[in-house]
Design a protein around this ligand. Structure first.
Ligand code: SF4
Length: 471
């Protein structure tokens, strides 16, 4: 059963805001401005969601914000452990901070998230990077004000990376990135232990938030004008299994669908072994649930799937996918794929390519296998050479690019309802927006349209995005 942080503990942690505010007032008197914080997010949407809470807590403690680490008085790197190159990047960023801190000794450096929950990484930071003041794992997120205050007082790196499944903390302050869209976590952790993945070790076992907490958070978001929400969990199909109330993810989606003011509901991530008819029915019957499904298949070979401990076969995966396609009109499909899993042979890789061709995803998120310390796959020998794995990866991308382009071309001439995100980052004359299927649509329009739902006629398709004009 999920554990929850009680009110007394939340009040105890909140008592650390006052000394932080006092500290920041003294800073303001000395420097003529408030201290500035940078929160840099690496990794998945769960980290994005956690970073919004980190910013909320920093704002409560009296910090201003910046995007530039050179301007910062506090830097928080919210890290990811899923791939080795993400970890290398963080160590590179820590090196840069070391030089900045030499000229700015009052700067406080904090690292949090999945990467630092790994004991060998936490230990490396403590011994090799003493310029880091605070290291804390995902379970200690709610204690950030307390840890920050203690880090200011401590003269050596403060570590809080205890192994635990992490009790759920509600009602943390939050500073949302977007006024019209929001992430809402419905559960944390994972019980699946795929052999390549570090998530169950760093995020703990599955814990579901109580439905009433989720609903009241979304009702509040709707009152604040947020129309689109994405429900988050490592494996949303397990939602509710640890709750006393008899509720599953399909039931939760139906309840969210009834909330006034919410226009679009998305969710991620579904595990194919648990994805089934009840969720497909809820998707088909709830008018606000977007016709979009992210269903990671990882490999098209049954042997590799077994070695990955995914607990479904290629045929079972395709059967579920085809059911969803048949039941939900205009369904957009995305997936995750790993190329070069240690036991993958060339024939196994060909199975992955043929699954891509058969399933016809709108988009894929594909990665070359990355060895993660402490996982069973880390002890397996690689069958294919690095060179062959890279060749395979490139080939898979070119197969998919062709499919993505073809699927996008089918949109040309259609009128789509889009939510306008705002100015395009690459062309200030264009606005960028998304369809309910998650497609990016760029079009010329006034930036006052940001946050509005409008109709756009699609005039041109590219591999990764669409172009259109206002109807
Ligand atoms: S389902 Fe597998 S890949 Fe996904 S978080 Fe859990 S262990 Fe990792």
């Amino acid at each position: 059963m999920a554990q929850y942080i009680n009110n007394d503990e939340m009040m105890r942690v909140a008592s650390f805001y006052e000394p932080l505010r006092q500290r920041n007032l003294l800073f303001e008197q000395e420097f003529g401005r408030k201290p500035r914080a940078v929160v840099e997010t690496h990794g998945c949407q769960q980290n994005e969601n956690d970073s919004e809470r980190l910013r909320g807590m920093l704002a409560e403690a009296g910090y201003d914000f910046s995007d530039d680490i050179n301007d910062a008085d506090v830097v928080v790197f919210n890290t990811c452990a899923v791939r080795e190159n993400a970890e290398d990047k963080i160590f590179g960023r820590i090196g840069i901070l070391k030089h900045i801190k030499e000229h700015k000794p009052h700067m406080l450096i904090a690292l949090c998230g999945c990467m630092v929950q790994q004991q060998h990484i936490a230990e490396k930071i403590r011994t090799v990077h003493p310029q880091v003041d605070l290291v804390f794992g995902p379970h200690a997120l709610y204690r950030f004000p307390e840890l920050l205050e203690k880090a200011y007082k401590s003269r050596k790196t403060l570590l809080s990376v205890d192994d635990s499944d992490g009790a759920i903390a509600e009602d943390m302050p939050v500073m949302r990135e977007d006024a019209h869209k929001a992430w809402v976590s419905v559960m944390y952790g994972c019980n699946n232990f795929c052999t390549y993945c570090v998530v169950p070790y760093v995020r703990g076992r599955e814990r579901s938030r109580k439905p009433e907490c989720i609903i009241s958070e979304i009702e509040e978001l709707a009152r604040d004008g947020v129309g689109e929400i994405t429900l988050l969990g490592q494996n949303v199909n397990s939602y509710g299994k640890d709750l006393e109330e008899d509720i599953d993810f399909a039931d939760l989606i139906r309840r969210v669908n009834d909330i006034e003011g919410i226009e679009r509901i998305r969710f991620m991530t579904s595990h194919p072994k648990d994805f089934g008819d009840r969720l497909i029915d809820a998707m088909a019957e709830c008018d606000k649930v977007c016709p979009q499904l992210h269903l990671p298949f990882q490999s098209g070979s049954d042997k590799v799937l077994a070695d990955m401990n995914r607990r479904y076969t290629r045929a079972e995966y395709l059967e579920k996918l085809n059911k969803a396609k048949a039941r939900i009109p205009n369904l957009a499909l995305t997936t995750d794929i790993i190329v070069g899993f240690p036991t993958e042979t060339q024939a196994d890789f060909e199975d992955t390519v043929s699954l891509l061709e058969e399933a016809e995803f709108d988009m894929i998120f594909s990665f070359i296998y990355s060895r993660r310390v402490g996982t069973p796959a880390a002890k397996m020998e690689s069958v294919l050479s690095d060179e062959q794995i890279h060749k395979n990866f490139e080939r898979m991308l070119s197969v998919q690019n062709e499919i993505s382009r073809r699927k996008n071309e089918a949109y040309v001439g259609r009128v789509c309802r889009v939510l306008v995100d705002g100015e395009s980052k690459t062309d200030s004359k264009m606005l960028t927006s998304r369809t309910d299927t998650g497609k990016i649509v760029n079009f010329a329009g006034d930036k006052s349209l940001a946050g509005k739902y409008i109709d756009v006629k699609i005039t041109k398709a590219q591999t990764w995005s669409l172009y259109g004009e206002l109807v």
